[in-house]
Design a protein around this ligand. Sequence first.
Ligand SMILES: Cc1cc2nc3c(=O)[nH]c(=O)nc-3n(C[C@H](O)[C@H](O)[C@H](O)COP(=O)(O)OP(=O)(O)OC[C@H]3O[C@@H](n4cnc5c(N)ncnc54)[C@H](O)[C@@H]3O)c2cc1C
Length: 412
Amino acid sequence: MHDTDVVVIGAGAAGIAAARRLTDKQIPNIVLEARNRIGGRAWTHTASGFPLDLGCGYLHSGDENDWAEIAPTLGLTVDRTRLGWDRTAIEANFSAADQDSFWRAFERLEDRAEEAEEAGIDCPVSTLLKPGGRWNALINALATYIDGVELDQLTAVEYDVYRDTEVNWRVREGYGALIATYAKPLDIRLECPASLIDHSGKRLRIVTPQGDITARAAIIAVPPTLIANGTLRFAPAIPDKLAAAHALPLGVADKVFLSVDKADDLPRETVLFGSTTSTATGLYSLRPFGWPLIQGYFGGACSRALEMKGDGAFASFAIEELCGVLGNTWRSRLHPIIETAWAGDPWSLGAYSYAGKNARANRATLAAPVDERLFFAGEHCSDKDFSTAHGAYRAGKKAAKGAVKALKALGA
Ligand SMILES: Cc1cc2nc3c(=O)[nH]c(=O)nc-3n(C[C@H](O)[C@H](O)[C@H](O)COP(=O)(O)OP(=O)(O)OC[C@H]3O[C@@H](n4cnc5c(N)ncnc54)[C@H](O)[C@@H]3O)c2cc1C
């Protein structure tokens, strides 16, 4: 039996931000992490010699992203290269005129979503697509990368609320590496999943395979999927949290990395869609940082289906699509490095949270403290920065502020 002031459950971006804040305020705390590594959905893979981000990779809203400020303080490099996602240098399957036409159609959809949001109309974004629109399938593909689901599962009310300054930076050493480095001073117990928070007594009792821990407060920074499926339970039960966790699932996004022989034949830092007429397609980043590799990005139903096919399915799909655009001579020059399966990952069960019709209010329900001693964090708790690592950071910091205030009120 251990004893501390605050137990933080989950060593992802949110839990780490929370624990750093508690530590800065000299509040004794312990972080419990289910996996054998820290970072959660922030994870940089280095075995290939390049820091490959298998989860978050872009510092979205970089000009106001807390992680972008933290990186240099840890000796890491923020890369401010403008990422031209709206323009591809590869016109084989997407002419410049078609690119213009596509982005105009996308902007019109965003305008309609804004109007719906302003009018308080909670409708699936798919109902705002131009009926029979030429670019509907590709717009839907884009939604799967951004939100992890197709437009029919997203509410217009939330679609427009998401805060985006459209500045997307990267960390040269990896976003996952940045978050893991920030966690270094913390007391983190790995392979220590919390299964129960007993809040019936004066002190909280957190049940783990490494023994029970008692604490005055807890910050619960696990994805809502783990609360919904009962991996982490509360005694007594908290029915509104459970209902909200069920109503705010995670969508799916996955990545594959391929190494490229004689990569100089490809332009660096550009993207291409595998298909411009299908929703089940990948978005490929060619030679990020000039490295001799390609990152494939998948989302929604396409991602789920490829995960179900098993290891190697993303790489095969990607190589087919890339050869379809670049030519068959590339087949022998593309080699799988690694691919993800976030929907099947038992400690996240998805990539990022999304709100369907009538579901947006669940973010606030999930974020609300209970009895001023159970505090909640995670990207899903963020009102406007949801689905991102900086949203998770802010939610973690906010939960820690709440815990510090509550402990002070109790005379800590
Ligand atoms: C493929 C992909 C690409 C992405 N791209 C971007 C991007 O470019 N930019 C961006 O900002 N965001 C991106 N994201 C989203 C971003 O990674 C997440 O929003 C963010 O990392 C979530 O942080 P979190 O702390 O809320 O949750 P998590 O990172 O999921 O952390 C929760 C932690 O809790 C642990 N845990 C779960 N259950 C228990 C338990 N019972 N006991 C103890 N520990 C438990 C988990 O193992 C995990 O470590 C991407 C995500 C994916 C999957």
